[in-house]
Design a protein. Structure first.
Length: 392
């Protein structure tokens, strides 16, 4: 198709997509490499873009080209609950990058559900539940049993990335899609979830350190269990309700008990007595041992009445700008096949590639699902061979 072929788009969809992306007209025009007046003419219907120009807008708004030809805007995802931020960061209007990430997560979940339907298979179903009034220690033990991760396995993981992949694989094995994003500020979001069944989604910020991402996954997994039990938090668009804040605190308690089970954890702490006093070196060594952040360790000690809340708050405030709040990645980054699997997860990528080989997913849809060109597919397929530190 010639690049100059006019795209007979619905002008209202152009404006809707820009509004949903949270972009002003001037900003969108700059990113699409057109004059603002030109974009305004397209949105008013007085002029039409070419196919190439409409595709460029789709890339700017993170939407497939076909959406501009719909008769009316589709129903967009209304996030069901608040996302996790760093301590002290207040609620603000979400950035275009976060909106795109939430929308992409919903799109990928829906794609997976449709693929399962076309394969004639039922998606995995996570039926386990949790209730707010349960003992956190009991829920933590139940989470570890569900994930089939014992304490010795946790200690034996050779690195934080191996631990991250171990927890992630265990959660994904229960029918949860775990996606990572890379272009949203860590101060805006550490993680969130789409707790719909089947195929609930956990979204984590890849800019966070591995220890931080582990806790976020367990926190969001706890939210999914609470949702399965009928305890759903309110929309992010509204002011958080007291019960929403309670469920956040409870999810933290459940995640903490799962990550650092009481008896096993305290036996380790006994070998690092200076941890109780907040000694940084001891905390760091224990963190490397148990594959949890110093913050999570101190918070758990507070909950077990082994140290004070004031010490935890002092240390937390000091740590916010230090290395375990960021992944510390350097320029260049991993190859594209590693990034794809790290972003979308092995189950989702494997499902899409299997459907592609069986003729259910077309070569036109494959780049939309995986975010890469067809020429990289063989590299991604080879990368799916499991490895302890791959695709973190």
């Amino acid at each position: 198709m010639p690049r100059s072929t006019p795209a007979l788009v619905n002008p209202a969809l152009l404006k809707w997509a820009r509004d949903r992306a949270g972009l002003k007209l001037e900003t969108a025009a700059e990113r699409a490499h057109v004059h603002p007046t030109t974009l305004e003419e397209w949105e008013s219907g007085h002029e039409v873009p070419t196919i190439a120009q409409a595709r460029e807008l789709g890339e700017v708004y993170k939407r497939p080209l076909a959406i501009f030809f719909l008769p009316e805007p589709p129903r967009d995802f209304d996030p069901q609950r608040e996302f996790r931020r760093l301590p002290g960061v207040t609620l603000e209007n979400e950035s275009p990058e976060l909106r795109n990430a939430l929308r992409a997560a919903l799109y990928q979940r829906q794609a997976a559900l449709e693929i399962y339907e076309q394969l004639g298979e039922r998606p995995p179903q996570l039926s386990a539940t949790a209730n707010p009034d349960e003992n956190p220690e009991e829920v933590g033990d139940r989470i570890r049993a569900l994930l089939n991760i014992n304490w010795q396995t946790q200690l034996d993981w050779p690195s934080a990335n191996a631990a991250l992949n171990g927890w992630r694989s265990a959660i994904e094995a229960l029918g949860v899609l775990v996606f990572q994003i890379s272009d949203v500020s860590l101060s805006e979001m550490r993680g969130t979830s789409i707790p719909r069944s089947p195929l609930p989604v956990i979204l984590v910020n890849g800019s966070d350190a591995p220890h931080g991402r582990i806790f976020t996954m367990l926190h969001e997994f706890a939210h999914i269990l609470l949702t399965n039990g009928g305890h759903v938090t309110g929309s992010m668009a509204s002011r958080p309700k007291p019960e929403d804040q309670l469920l956040e605190r409870i999810s933290n308690r459940f995640a903490s008990a799962a990550l650092l089970p009481r008896d096993d954890f305290l036996r380790e702490v006994a070998q690092y007595q200076d941890v109780i006093a907040g000694d940084d070196d001891s905390l760091r060594r224990l963190a490397n041992r148990v594959k949890a952040s110093p913050e999570a360790i101190l918070r758990r000690l507070v909950s077990l009445h082994r140290t004070t809340g004031s010490l935890y708050r002092i240390k937390r405030n000091r740590w916010q700008n230090q290395t375990w709040y960021a992944s510390g990645g350097t320029g260049g980054g991993p190859p594209i096949e590693v990034r794809v699997i790290a972003s979308r997860g092995r189950p989702f990528v494997s499902l899409v590639l299997d459907a592609y080989k069986r003729g259910i997913v077309s070569s036109a849809d494959l780049p939309d699902y995986l975010g890469i060109q067809l020429k990289y597919i063989d590299r991604v397929a080879r990368q799916l061979t499991p490895g302890p530190d791959a695709a973190a």
